[in-house]
Design a protein around this ligand. Structure first.
Ligand code: P1T
Length: 382
């Protein structure tokens, strides 16, 4: 099998058969001419399939080592499609710390259809095993989690899930690491989900989501859901993600290099009370991080002590931008309590340890010296 970057640049993207164009065209066509009833070139209507979207899906299936991939209009649309694998009476185990929109969808919408959710610290194998029930059909985890950077041992979680029930799906939201640094399917996961909005697109210019599957029923169900519910990624946005993926490897190496340096800077600064980054030897799961990831990436959380201090720090920054989201070339800093994790409520945040003083940085690929100077001056001003 070719290497990661070669596949990122070529898989699903043969030069165009008609013109030789080296980039997959953006097929802006809702429909496709048919020669006679039932005779066509493989495409009938773009909600069902579109050549640009097909190319991205083939590429993503290759990069994650799955047998199918289906892209949706956002990460949340992908998670919504994933839960259509479930039926009334089924039970789901979800990691207790995930992106706040995920439990909002599960508890405020999907639970209304008679599907039960348990939120568990999946970094603890005993807790994971204890949470599984005869009717548990799906275990959905993030590793590292958003924003606490807690890891779950994917190999061990897969063993626990499959010993309980070989048909149970272990789904990993791989958004924070990207397939460049973490390969959940190779570690035993059944499904991989991404918000392609983040590292895969990489330029903060489009939303998207993907589900990479390993079983025939994943391929059948997710294609059927694209056709039935229509929450698909547009050809233009599919093309943007494909364009982004061509440089995924080089971007991730830079995110990782800058991420390690910024984590060390934050840990050493007296104005910062605590840093969560799996690449720091002080992270309690540093050994696991090294064994299941091939890099640590650019996501770091840190404690500023209070909302007021966090806000004073954030308003002093000039290179780093205060904004939700992550994974773009530019450095974004966010405040989980009022942004990504506002929806889970104060009580859940307190239980998980997402404080009002916590700040999350998505370290971009600007010149490291400029990022360091910006953070230093803002921290020194406190
Ligand atoms: O925003 P959307 O493309 O719908 O993806 C949702 C989502 C799913 N999973 C993870 C791990 C995520 O981080 C997100 C979105 N997260 C942010 C907007 C954020 O700032 O964390």
């Amino acid at each position: 099998m070719a290497g990661f970057s070669t596949r990122a640049i070529h898989d699903g993207q043969e030069p165009d058969a008609t013109t030789g164009a080296v980039n997959v065209p953006i097929y802006l066509s809702s429909t496709y001419a048919q020669e006679e009833i039932g005779k066509h070139k493989g495409w009938e209507y773009s909600r069902v399939s579109n050549p640009t979207r097909d190319a991205l899906e083939a590429n993503l299936a290759s990069l994650e080592g799955g047998t199918s991939a289906h892209v949706f209009a956002s990460g949340m649309a992908a998670i919504s499609a994933m839960v259509t694998l479930l039926k009334t009476g089924d039970h789901v185990v979800c990691g207790e710390n995930v992106y706040g929109g995920t439990p909002r969808l599960f508890d405020q919408i999907v639970a209304g259809y008679g599907i039960e959710f348990s939120y568990v610290d999946t970094s603890d194998p005993v807790a994971l095993r204890a949470a599984l029930r005869p009717n548990t059909k799906l275990v959905h985890i993030e590793t590292p989690t958003n924003p606490l950077m807690t890891l779950t041992d994917i190999r061990q979680a897969a063993e626990i899930c499959h010993a309980h029930n070989p048909d149970l799906d272990l789904a990993v939201d791989n958004t924070f690491m990207s397939p460049y640094f973490q390969q959940p399917i190779a570690l035993g996961a059944d499904l991989v989900m991404h918000s392609t909005t983040k590292y895969l697109n990489g330029h903060s210019d489009g939303l998207g989501g993907v589900l990479v599957g390993t079983k025939p029923r994943h391929k059948e169900q997710f294609a059927f859901i694209q056709k039935c519910t229509g929450g698909i990624l547009s050809p233009f946005e599919a093309w943007l993600v494909m364009r982004g993926i061509k440089t995924l490897a080089v971007r991730m190496r830079e995110h990782d290099r800058n991420g390690r340096a910024i984590a060390a800077l934050l840990e050493a600064h007296p104005a910062v009370e605590r840093v969560w980054y799996p690449g720091l030897p002080t992270h309690p799961q540093y050994a696991l991080a090294k064994s299941q990831m091939s890099g640590f990436g650019g996501m770091i959380a840190f404690e500023m002590g209070s909302l007021e201090r966090a806000n004073r720090f954030l308003t002093k920054l000039t290179v780093c931008t205060l904004a939700e989201s992550l994974g773009g070339v530019e450095t974004l800093i966010s405040h989980p309590a009022t942004m990504t994790h506002a929806a889970i409520g104060q009580e859940a945040r307190t239980r998980l340890g997402i404080t009002d003083g916590m700040v999350r940085i998505s370290v971009g690929i600007e010149d490291l010296a400029d990022l360091e100077a910006d953070l230093q001056q803002a921290l020194n001003s406190l």
